[in-house]
Design a protein around this ligand. Structure first.
Ligand code: PAP
Length: 339
């Protein structure tokens, strides 16, 4: 096993002005409707401005290997969960369930975002070559911004989508817990809701992000696997089998009989991860976004929590946007739990 990849950020190495100039970011559309969190519009997607130089470096400099596994999501669609699951599937013969790295490491440490390697002077990117294959990385980038070598190599891309109503609520909670946002008196749910309906939240517009990968998964199903958070919640065994098969490491009959799939699901369940000391305390060591606490990644994890936040009028407005944007795509989302 590789040791967990903990990339520390040396703010002194991040000469933001210089990077902005090099990458000609200053003329991009920006908005500051979420106080403390400036967003910039790059290639059809709203990014947190201070992350954008790293996003562009990944796009320009990363070199994918054929054996890489790239996990992709719009923020708050199940990234943390997917990281835990894929890490556990890939490394399933290396650990028992009493000495598993997930028991002592936040999933974001075990499966890093690619942007973590491209901050400041890029010295962290050197570490990429020291990771043994298959390397597992994550990104929130939309398909248009995805690094060319990821598209052209034989690496596998796993996308996770989630119903836009719960994503919005999850996004608001997460954004509200951001120290920079809190220091500016936070963002109201109404403001965040309105921004999301206009596609102007981090990672938005939601529909463009999802549809970009949805189309790719239909065109190249062996290259891009499209998962839904709700399917994973309601039929984890079936989805994990699909996932392992796609990754080329199908569960054997013997493993199935031994309950390996169920054990992975249990290990990676929100209930289990949320109660671990490592996830209850501490600051995410790989985060560049100011003091992100490990616990902020584990909240309710339900299908349908939006009913506790959206008024009927709000539901109506977002529902209309969603119906319009996803019309004809064949893509549908479950917004209530089955049972
Ligand atoms: P990120 O994109 O910032 O990494 P991400 O992990 O995608 O965040 O989203 C967090 C959501 O996934 C939270 O949803 P909620 O706000 O509706 O509760 C979080 O609770 C949920 N989540 C985290 N880990 C798990 C898990 N193991 N199983 C199910 N849901 C999870």
């Amino acid at each position: 096993m590789n040791p967990p990849i903990i990339v520390k950020h040396d703010e002194k190495n991040t000469n933001q002005e210089e990077i902005n100039e090099t990458l000609s970011l200053t003329n991009l559309p920006k908005h500051t409707e979420i106080p403390g969190l400036e967003l910039s519009f790059y290639q059809g997607c709203w990014h947190v401005s201070r992350m954008l130089p790293s996003v562009i470096k990944v796009q320009q400099k990363f070199q994918a290997q054929d054996t890489d596994i790239i996990l992709v999501s719009k923020p708050k669609c199940g990234t943390t969960w997917l990281k835990s699951l894929v890490y556990s599937i890939i490394h399933r013969t290396e650990f028992t369930y009493t000495n598993h790295p997930l028991l002592t490491h936040n999933p974001h440490e075990l499966v890093p975002f690619l942007t973590n390697f491209y901050t400041g002077d890029d010295h962290n990117a050197l570490g990429l070559n020291q990771i043994s294959s298959p390397r597992i990385f994550a990104t929130h980038d939309p398909y248009v911004t995805l690094n060319k070598s990821m598209k052209e190599s034989a690496c596998k891309i796993v996308y996770i989508a989630r119903n836009p109503f719960d994503v919005l609520v999850s996004g608001w909670h997460f954004t509200s817990s951001n120290e920079l946002v809190k220091s500016k008196n936070g963002v109201s749910f109404e403001t965040y809701f309105d921004l999301s309906c206009r596609g102007m939240e981090p990672g938005g517009p939601h529909w463009d992000h999802v549809l970009g990968y949805w189309k790719q998964s239909l065109d190249t199903p062996n290259k891009v696997l499209f998962l839904k958070y709700e399917d994973l919640k309601e039929d984890g065994v079936v989805e994990l089998k699909r996932l392992a098969k796609f990754l080329g490491c199908e569960f054997s009959l013997e493993e199935e009989e031994q309950g390996v799939i169920e054990k992975i699901l249990e290990l990676c369940s929100l209930k289990n991860l949320k109660e671990l000391e490592v996830n209850k305390t501490g600051i995410l060591k790989t985060s560049k976004l100011s003091n992100l606490q490990n616990k902020t990644f584990f909240r309710k994890g339900e299908i349908g929590d939006w009913v506790n936040h959206l008024s009927p009028l709000m539901f109506e407005r977002l529902d209309q946007v969603i119906k319009l944007k996803f019309a004809g795509s064949g893509l549908e989302f479950k917004i209530h739990p089955s049972k």
